[in-house]
Design a protein around this ligand. Structure first.
Ligand code: ADP
Ligand code: MG
Length: 697
């Protein structure tokens, strides 16, 4: 990199600084009013903004523009139109109108809608979301948009997030008024998404249909070395990885993404990128963009970036730690406890609102991280269990205990002494970390650790925002009668005590990976939805429907449709995996096995002729022959199960069938294949093995 970071940072982003510099004052002001308070944008302003963006984008090398949106497919969508228009004398000019900036009309019929939209009413609209920045990439101007159907139902992941941000802001502002804050006008949810990923050599990847078609290995015996030496986490970066990360950083910085931290993760070939947090809407767009760039930059280095939650069995999978908080426009982080949390009643009330919310809507939090991929990871001693609980740490626990017992808690600042004079001493954090908790307080934010590495973070954040909006409005309603009373503080504490008594069960500071916790959670009555098919049907439970409607996040039809799309996606994912397994097994792995058995038998025949003994050959041939028979039977069973699954017509029942029968048979088939692989010579096994994939970069 020849230029400094500030020189390249956000060079391809039409951000506040560019707007201020390029737009006339009155236009800039009108646009800001739309961005900050949601005021409608008039067409004259839109035309002006469009023209300015176009000129800027052309300077950056753009010839096209695209409305960029996040349908329910799991990736982003874009359709490029060039800026050109005709002139009377047969020449071309570059044009871009306010209308084209604000509204697009992609044919919606090829995007999942969960039955909301018949093909006959295929019209869909994309609408500019001015709260996220436009940017230039690969010769096009990207305009972040939301996506709705002709009849007004939402068809994307961004709209519920934006709606939830509004709901959270409204309720949080009223809540803050209770505590005497009359200056705050907007509260914004914030997110910093730590992104985990794997890098493997493209040459290995190209030889494996499972990776190409499903992003994960469906076969593969465990390598002799796993994670037992703990030598990968924070390990030094190999030159090829370091070069990739440097290149990635530069690309992300150009797009205005504050890539901050990079390191090796726990599993071999696993790494992480963490950006500095920002608002949830921008953070979501940037995470989607980051995932795309990560994949593209990898190809330039002859690598493939895998974002699947569990690309390799037996080694840790990848998640996305979703760090979440709320920022008020007076500069406060609403989850900052301050130096003496016991005296910070506003913070304690917000904390109790979260405790109540997480307990009451644990199912929604679980759902927000539910996918076929993430099912392999949650509860597998490498990621949080499927049981939702909260970790608060020693100090906050003590403070809450004091509230419950009408006691007091005094914060003591302790210094951390290392015992070497030359080293500086520093204040000790008031709490340790807990890696096993799904929802952990980390000093001034909560870290939601269940989210899968390939997930769009709009959904978890929309749900968190909605839950917290509901709880803050509940507290506001309960406490408003005491607002100006001298008993306010007492009444707040009384309410917190009640809430804690009822909802303390969701707090858990122990080892979330231990089998005891599963039993303990059951005793506490906490839900434990092991798989996607267990939790998804609860999306539309009455209590959940009620808050979505109350805050105008989803209509009943929208939520029902969304649940269907998620269940269908689940079934489709497993169907593709099963078909890939059948294809690989019957056309590559089983033939290779039979060929090898054949060659061993040939060798036995030859040796027998000259009177040599063939003990080992006979054993190997017999063993592999038996395994091959089992393998064949399993392939046939999987074919039958797959056929039966496809015949189930009720969406939910079909997903359950895929889970209970198809996935179960896939597991059996894999274990047979993995056993065969460990008995076969490397050079005749037709696909790269785990060692060469995860240890060779
Ligand atoms: P760790 O691995 O210890 O959890 P990292 O530094 O890797 O820490 O990641 C922490 C993430 O939390 C970063 O993305 C950071 O920007 C984010 N973060 C910090 N403060 C907030 C906040 N107030 N709201 C949301 N995210 C935050
Ligand atoms: Mg973290």
């Amino acid at each position: 990199m020849t230029k400094s970071i500030p020189e390249i940072f956000a060079t391809n982003v039409f951000n506040d600084e560019v707007m201020k510099a390029r737009l006339p004052k009155n236009i800039y002001k009108a646009l800001m009013k739309t961005i900050k308070s949601g005021a409608p944008l008039d067409m004259t302003t839109a035309d002006f903004v469009a023209n300015t963006i176009k000129d800027w984008a052309i300077e950056k090398g753009a010839t096209h523009y695209t409305h960029w949106f996040q349908p329910l497919t799991g990736s982003t969508a874009e359709k490029h139109d060039s800026f050109i228009n005709t002139t009377p004398n047969g020449m071309a000019i570059m044009e871009f109108s306010g209308k084209a900036l604000v509204k697009g009309e992609p044919d919606a019929s090829s995007f999942p809608s969960g039955g909301l939209r018949q093909t006959s009413t295929a019209r869909g609209y994309t609408a500019w979301d001015p709260t996220s920045y436009c940017f230039v990439k690969e010769g096009s101007l990207y305009i972040p948009t939301v996506f709705v159907s002709y009849t007004g139902e939402i068809l994307d992941k961004k709209t519920p997030l934006l709606r939830s941000m509004d709901a959270l802001s409204r309720t949080a502002v009223s809540f803050l008024r209770l505590f005497g804050n009359n200056v705050v006008t907007r509260v914004t949810s914030t997110v910093g998404a730590e992104q985990e990923y794997f890098l493997i050599d493209k040459k290995m990847y190209d030889q494996r249909e499972d990776l190409i078609l499903t992003d994960r290995t469906l076969f593969g015996a465990k390598p002799p070395k796993g994670q037992e030496l703990d030598d990968q986490y924070f390990g030094n970066l190999k030159p090829r990885i370091a070069a990739y990360m440097a290149d990635l950083d530069e690309e992300l910085w150009k797009l205005g993404i504050y890539s901050k931290t990079k390191h090796n993760e726990v599993a071999p070939a696993q790494h992480e990128m963490a950006p500095i947090f920002t608002t949830s809407n921008l953070g979501t767009d940037q995470n989607e963009l980051a995932m795309e760039i990560m994949k593209k930059v990898a190809l330039r280095h002859g690598l493939v970036c895998l974002l699947h939650e569990k690309p390799f069995e037996g080694v840790n999978g990848s998640g996305k730690h979703n760090n979440w908080s709320m920022a008020a426009d007076d500069g406060q982080n609403l989850l900052d406890p301050g130096d003496t949390p016991m005296e910070n009643l506003q913070f304690l009330t917000i904390l109790c609102a979260l405790i109540k919310g997480v307990d009451e809507y644990a199912d929604l939090m679980r759902i927000s991280a539910a996918s076929a991929g993430n099912d392999h990871r949650l509860g597998a001693d490498e990621a949080p269990p499927a049981i939702i609980s909260m970790f608060l740490g020693e100090e906050l626990d003590a403070v809450l205990k004091a509230i419950e017992e009408d006691g007091v808690y005094k914060t003591e600042t302790k210094n951390f002494e290392i015992g070497v004079n030359a080293l500086p001493s520093f204040p000790k954090d008031s709490t340790d970390r807990n890696r096993t908790s799904p929802f952990a307080f980390t000093g001034n934010r909560f870290e939601f650790r269940m989210v899968g590495s390939s997930d769009n973070i709009a959904c978890p954040n929309a749900l968190l925002n909605t839950i917290v909006a509901e709880e803050l409005s509940w507290f506001t309603e309960k406490l408003t009668p005491y607002k100006d009373s001298e008993n306010f503080e007492q009444e707040v504490k009384k309410l917190l005590k009640e809430v804690l008594k009822k909802h303390r069960r969701v707090i858990f500071n122990g080892d979330g990976y231990s089998p005891e916790w599963v039993k303990e959670a059951e005793r506490r009555g906490l839900p434990n939805y092991a798989s996607t098919v267990d939790c998804l049907p609860h999306y539309t439970d009455d209590k959940n429907m009620r808050i979505f409607r109350k805050f105008n996040i989803y209509t009943q039809a929208e939520l029902t449709a969304r649940t269907e799309v998620l269940l269908e996606t689940y079934s489709k994912t497993i169907r593709i995996e099963a078909k890939t397994m059948i294809e690989m097994a019957s056309r590559k792995l089983l033939p290779a096995t039979l060929n090898y058995v054949h060659s061993v038998c040939d060798s036995i025949a030859v040796k027998n002729q000259i009177g040599m003994t063939c003990k080992s050959e006979e054993k190997i041939a017999a063993k592999l022959n038996e395994l091959a028979d089992k393998f064949y039977d399993s392939i046939e069973r999987l074919k039958n199960q797959l056929k039966a699954a496809c015949e189930v017509s009720v969406i939910k029942d079909q997903a359950v069938y895929f889970h209970d029968y198809v996935l179960a048979e896939m597991d059996i088939m894999r274990s047979i294949s993995d056993e065969i692989e460990s008995e076969m010579p490397c050079d005749v096994w037709p696909i790269p093995n785990y060692t060469s994939m995860i240890y060779n970069v």
